[in-house]
Design a protein around this ligand. Structure first.
Ligand code: ZN
Length: 274
């Protein structure tokens, strides 16, 4: 982001709205203006994406692009915090748009109804400063990974199931370990059950989505430590929070030294049921 892009003044309303984070020395007024100029894309508006979108809108990210193809279901509501009982059968993008614009009129919300597929993902994410994965299936996560690495856009990928969560952040320009370096060509069959089969406690996507939101903020304002080259595993049942160092694979099909990314080989189904 150029210096010119933060030549704007916060109005009194904004100073009050963001006062509790402006007072943080890592953010301040300059950081807040930078957030208001930022563009983040959130893929999936389920448990992860709802939470991330809520906190990013609250923090004053000026431009949020939200994507989902699905409709609100009664079984979503215990964890997908942007969707209420009155929203059942409404498009998730519509439900999310209503809540986010009401939450913070500073945010320009662009909604896209539809599936992320290899042929559309690049045009959707290309101007993003950061991308958030809110899906719960490996094929979509791999597609997000491959497209973001190809376009050198930083991103974070999280997962939530039962009482457990995991998360990694990738900064392609710094050649940090990508999702495919860690998980290779894992298939849905090998990855186990979805949350509709295995179950999920509502707070787990809430926690992991919150961490995703703060990864984006830390990246945008360049402070703190990112979850790069490591994966955070959260086990709420035993309250264990473990980090595992992961290393870039020089032969990775996505970020390896001789990689030639073809998105048509990546996954294509978005499923945000968690
Ligand atoms: Zn890789």
């Amino acid at each position: 982001m150029s210096k010119d892009s933060i030549k704007m003044e916060l109005n009194n309303n904004q100073i009050e709205r963001y006062s509790r984070q402006i007072v943080l020395k890592e953010i301040g007024g300059i950081g807040q203006k930078r957030l208001l100029k930022s563009k983040i894309t959130i893929i999936g508006l389920g448990g992860l994406g709802s939470t991330t979108a809520y906190y990013l809108a609250g923090a004053g990210i000026g431009n949020l692009k939200i994507i989902d193809f699905d409709y609100v279901d009664l079984s979503n509501i215990h964890r997908q915090i942007l969707h209420f009982t009155k929203d059942i059968n409404k498009k998730k993008t519509e439900s999310a748009f209503e809540k986010l614009t009401s939450l913070n009129p500073d945010c320009n919300i662009e909604k896209i109804d539809g599936k992320i597929v290899p042929k559309n993902i690049e045009s959707i994410i290309k101007n993003s400063d950061f991308v958030i994965d809110g899906s719960d299936n490996f094929s979509t996560k791999m597609l997000i990974n491959d497209a973001c690495v190809k376009l050198k856009i930083p991103f974070t990928i999280a997962g939530a199931l039962r009482y457990h969560g995991q998360i990694i952040t990738v900064v392609p320009k710094k050649k940090t370990t990508c999702y495919r370096c860690v998980f290779g060509n894992i298939t849905e069959e090998a990855s186990g059950m979805s949350c509709s089969q295995a179950g999920v406690i509502g707070v787990i996507p809430g926690i992991m989505g919150s961490i995703e939101a703060f990864e984006a903020i830390k990246y945008l304002l360049d402070f703190g430590e990112l979850l790069t080259n490591k994966i955070l595993f959260v086990d709420l049942l035993t309250n264990q929070y473990n980090y595992i160092n992961v290393f870039r694979d020089v032969e990775c099909l996505t970020c390896g030294d001789n990689s030639n990314i073809n998105l048509m080989d990546s996954g294509s189904e978005i499923n945000d049921k968690c």
